[in-house]
Design a protein around this ligand. Sequence first.
Ligand code: AP5
Length: 221
Amino acid sequence: MGQLNLLLIGPPGSGKGTQAVRICERYSVPMISTGDILRAAVKAGSPLGRRVQAIMAAGGLVGDDLMIDLVRDRLAQPDAAAGFILDGFPRTINQARVLDDMLPGRPLLAIVLVVPAAELERRLDARRVCSQCKTLYTTGTLYGGSEEELCSKCGATLLRRDDDNLETIRARLQTYRDTSDPIIRHYQDRSSMAVIDGSQSPDQVSAAIIQAIDKSRPNDQ
Ligand code: AP5
């Protein structure tokens, strides 16, 4: 079977993490979320965590050298040899170019999720994450709604991410606007890319991603 080397690109709140969990289960490849790796480092108080905490809290981007080393090490692990889903990388044109060099001859499929800015703000403001099993929720009556602030899967407390306050949400959205165009052009020019309406229901978005994957690997269906 051909490899699945999938990049999930999109603004904060577009559903990259939601979809990465679903798609990695379906295709049995590891999900590599640079945001999750950084948040775990911050939580652990490691040297990496101490370096990136303030940048993340301000909604900026961690430096390319650090991120590239981190992803290079992760992709060198055996479980990524047969494919992966990258959620949150690349985020700069430099990261995109270096990723190409890291994976010579391995075809990349870039999925770009597009969602209106007002919907992104609304989702991030309402997002809660289970402190134990990391399941994502949207408070209130939105998708996956939970009024209790307790995880319906494991019963643990739901938390708001440190960068999900309105000021940082707006800074993160601006960072994406400032950096994403060259990345999208990079994949338009060099490899296969699919642009997907991320404002559909999660199931509809998953179906569109699966269709794009299967189209990119026609002999594997
Ligand atoms: P990261 O963790 O990657 O955050 P992000 O890009 O801001 O994306 P989010 O995780 O906020 O959103 P998402 O698109 O995954 O949406 P989700 O599925 O959760 O990065 C955090 C920080 O780390 C960055 O700001 C930066 O500082 C640093 N960083 C990370 N990578 C870096 C890199 N490569 N270089 C430099 N710095 C880096 O969904 C959001 C909500 O919406 C959820 O509540 C969910 O339930 C809901 N939802 C999802 N899909 C739908 C749908 N279809 N309909 C309705 N609701 C939905």
